[in-house]
Design a protein around this ligand. Structure first.
Ligand code: SIN
Length: 510
């Protein structure tokens, strides 16, 4: 028989920066408590710990939240929610300072000011970094120490959500979790999804493999509104040395002046955009994709601008390159666009509330409206910290409890071989450049996998991406349709439920 626990505080699914920021904020200054479920040991299996660039915020005297907001909105290609962006950029500097106060060792100048890097599509150098390219790991270490020191935060590792529990009215009343291999029903007044993105649904990704849209799929299966699932961000410069996941060559390298060249050593970015290497991320990704498709290859040349300083200035990138036999002090780094971030997610309000009562979402699995059609570099850790904390506070205030859960069966897992089939198909047909032929073929493959394996949350996440990509008959931000290359005059966000997408009806009886 499945154990049942009743917990008097928010249950948080995921232990990246969003989840742990939510946990800390939910108990701060209160007698409340929070429970964090992490499928992997803390600091592993989450994209936050792999982030290289840092956190963008208006931290210098010549910068302002309004300038940061304008850059965010310009990159977002017409789909940002201005209110959410204003909130992000206004609360951003304090969020960075709060992490510094927790012990995140941001790089500082002699006088104590933050060292700030320039990244693509930012009008100012505003990315607070740690040890050159180690921001994510260092920030997570500080936050994990704070969470571990908080007696009111209970952490369960090896704990995966298998279903959101709902009462007869549809309210989310808890979660069915698999903890150390055993199913446990956890009844709680609020559930916060902080399960990260969808990189693991693709064959070429910079994110941990464990991050494969499960939270998104579980929310959709529960009937939550999902926003903008078609908008997947490809980082232009993953290091192409045959590793899965692909290591990242941070955008800060291009900020330092590294040049993109093809195999003839020709600098090609001027052919694609006047801002060259510092063009918006989607433009650079498409340029690299085009050079590779044309057989010319793509390489990042930092031999002159970084050269001998590589091991100390960009230690993570240096180590990754050397592990693949590329010495970036002397040789160009082979690069490939790789799935890096999901702009879409569970639709939320400014406090992380999803469309279902009792359900909240934060970080990459949420769509707050700040990332639009194309996230501005280094806005993701910032969003995780700012909106994670807001979701934590709002969820802690949730006192209403629901009725008994009506459905208790776990959703099925996608077997490994089927997952690998899905990953290849997603990279082939829902990649940097898409068209109706490829997306239709892909939808057929996803449907065949669903017929064989049932409503696995990963398949549901994939279906949402593919159906929305097929439905958006324009190109905008991270979504490029070769058969619809123009951008509509007015940007319209996608809001969809699984019922509308066509699948949930079949699963309603589960
Ligand atoms: C990078 O360092 O290039 C990644 C930063 C980001 O994705 O925000």
């Amino acid at each position: 028989m499945t154990d049942r626990i009743t917990f008097d505080g928010p249950v948080i699914l995921g232990a990246g920066l969003a989840g742990l920021s939510a946990a800390l904020a939910s108990v701060e200054g209160t007698a409340g408590k929070a429970m964090v479920l992490s499928p992997t040991p803390l600091a592993t299996g989450c994209s936050s710990a792999w982030a290289q660039g840092g956190m963008a915020a208006a931290l210098s005297a010549d910068d302002a939240p309004a300038l940061h907001a304008a850059d965010t909105i310009a990159a977002g290609a017409g789909l940002c929610d201005p209110q959410a962006v204003t909130l992000l950029t206004t609360e951003g500097p304090d969020a960075v300072r709060a992490l510094a106060a927790l012990g995140a060792p941001f790089d500082r100048k002699a006088g104590g000011d933050f060292v700030l890097s320039l990244e693509a599509a930012h009008s100012k150098a505003r990315v607070a970094r740690v040890g050159g390219d180690g921001a994510g790991a260092a920030i997570m270490a500080a936050v994990i120490a704070a969470v571990r020191a908080a007696p009111s935060i209970e952490i369960r590792e090896s704990a995966r959500a298998r279903r959101l529990l709902q009462d007869a009215a549809g309210r989310v009343v808890g979660v069915l979790a698999e903890i150390d291999g055993a199913l446990v029903e956890i009844i709680a007044p609020a559930v916060i999804l902080a399960t990260g993105g969808i990189g693991g649904l693709y064959a070429v990704t910079t994110t941990p493999k464990e991050v494969r849209g499960e939270g998104l799929g579980l929310a959709a299966l529960a009937g939550a509104v999902i926003a903008d699932p078609e908008f997947v961000q490809f980082h232009p410069t993953a290091i192409d040395i045959g590793r899965d996941p692909a290591p990242l060559a941070t955008e800060a390298l291009r900020g330092e002046g590294a040049i993109l060249r093809n195999s003839d050593a020709r600098a090609f970015m001027a052919d694609y955009h006047p801002a060259k290497e510092l063009a918006p991320r989607d433009v650079v990704a498409r340029a690299i994709h085009a050079e590779r498709e044309a057989g010319r290859g793509a390489f990042l040349d930092a031999t002159v601008v970084v050269g001998g300083h590589f091991p100390t200035e960009f230690p993570a990138v240096f180590e990754a390159c050397m592990s693949g036999g590329v010495d970036p002090r002397r040789a160009m780094i082979p690069v490939v666009p790789a799935v890096h971030y999901h702009m879409g997610g569970v639709a939320t309000d400014l406090d992380g509330r999803a469309s279902l009562p009792g359900l909240f979402a934060a970080g990459e699995c949420a769509a707050t409206g700040v990332q639009g059609a194309n996230r501005l570099a280094s806005n993701s850790l910032l969003e995780a910290a700012v909106f994670g904390a807001r979701a934590g506070r709002a969820a802690a205030a949730e006192v209403q409890t629901g009725g008994a859960p009506v459905s208790l069966a776990p959703f099925p897992d996608l077997p490994e071989a089927a997952l690998q089939t899905l990953r290849k198909a997603m990279s082939r047909d829902a990649g940097v450049v898409r068209d109706a032929t490829g997306l239709t073929r892909l939808l057929g493959e996803v449907e065949a996998l669903e017929a064989a394996h049932g409503p696995c949350p990963t398949l549901i996440a994939a279906r949402l991406i593919v159906e929305a990509a097929l439905a958006r008959r324009e190109s905008r931000g991270g979504h490029c349709r070769s058969d619809f290359p123009d951008t509509d005059a007015v940007g319209v966000r996608t809001f969809v439920t699984l019922q509308e997408a066509g699948a949930a009806v079949r699963y309603a009886a589960e």
